[in-house]
Design a protein around this ligand. Sequence first.
Ligand code: COI
Length: 354
Amino acid sequence: MNLTHSLQISKTAQSRLPEVDFDNLAFGEIFTDHMFVCTFRDGKWQSPEILPYQDIPMSPAASALHYGQAVFEGMKAYKDDAGSVWLFRPELNFNRINTSAKRLSIPEFPKEYFFEGLHNLLQLDSNWIQPGIGNSLYVRPFVFASQACVQAAPSTEYKFIIICSPVKAYYSGEVNVLIEKKFSRAAAGGVGYAKAAGNYAAQFYPTALANQKGFQQIIWTDASSHQFLEEAGTMNIFFRINNTLITAPTGDTILNGITRKSVIEWAKAAGIKVEERAVAIDEIITAQHNGSLKEIFGSGTAVVISPVNSFAYEDERYQLPKIKNAYALQIKKAITEIQYNQAEDPFGWRHKVS
Ligand code: COI
């Protein structure tokens, strides 16, 4: 790849940091002082820049607005008590955005630009990261088709941007989920495994219907039979039957979650049996009835590990038991302690920024 490789940095004249109320942060509504921007034009990625955070000029004919040619990532930066800034397995996010991009016919983004941009951006805006478990900076890399053209064809221009938002917990209360039988999130051969913008838009309507019934999330079932549990859209999903953790295997229809992968690796190293296999709704209902279903929890960058309080299927609501030493809490503690540099990192997951 022919890289020009000169990151231009323009700093903001006036930080907005003093205006931020860190005790009352709604997820993803406030953005830091700077952003990383790189344009693809004339067949190559141009010189990357860091600019003051600002609106982006865009043609109303920009292809992403019409055909949804856009993908994104979700990562978090953490600050330890000594003030050092860390990322968690960022090379997996980098690989995944290019996997997603390939599926959407978007040109691959260069690794050097990604990491140089990310490091400089996080260093510039490091004062926006509060130390302490529960505080983090949500990092949102995304790429979209920016060519002004409404032909239904891949764009010839793209913007790769990284923005950052200080956050706390994604869900503040309990999480009750609905097993969905009518709508589908992803089908075999489709884009379900990609972090394609449209995958999320397609969930908004069914999720809003579920919200009206008091559920925070949907558990999606496979599009052909609606008999197997897949993922929850903002999170992958784990079931604990007796002492075995079970989760659907990644493939065409399921996001290859980085927290999911870390849960599996940590659990196996801790001696917990993990099965990646199809999970039938019938199996979960039977396990609920005979008392062997101990836990359900979601995993994701935004949600971290989110225990499920209850689930519903075909108008029946099932309450999960309250148990001691829940795997969800043990795993959440272990992973967050690694993320915040409060524990050894035997897996080499932590990545130092500064
Ligand atoms: C993430 O966990 O980063 C996600 O992508 C979920 C997001 C849609 C809030």
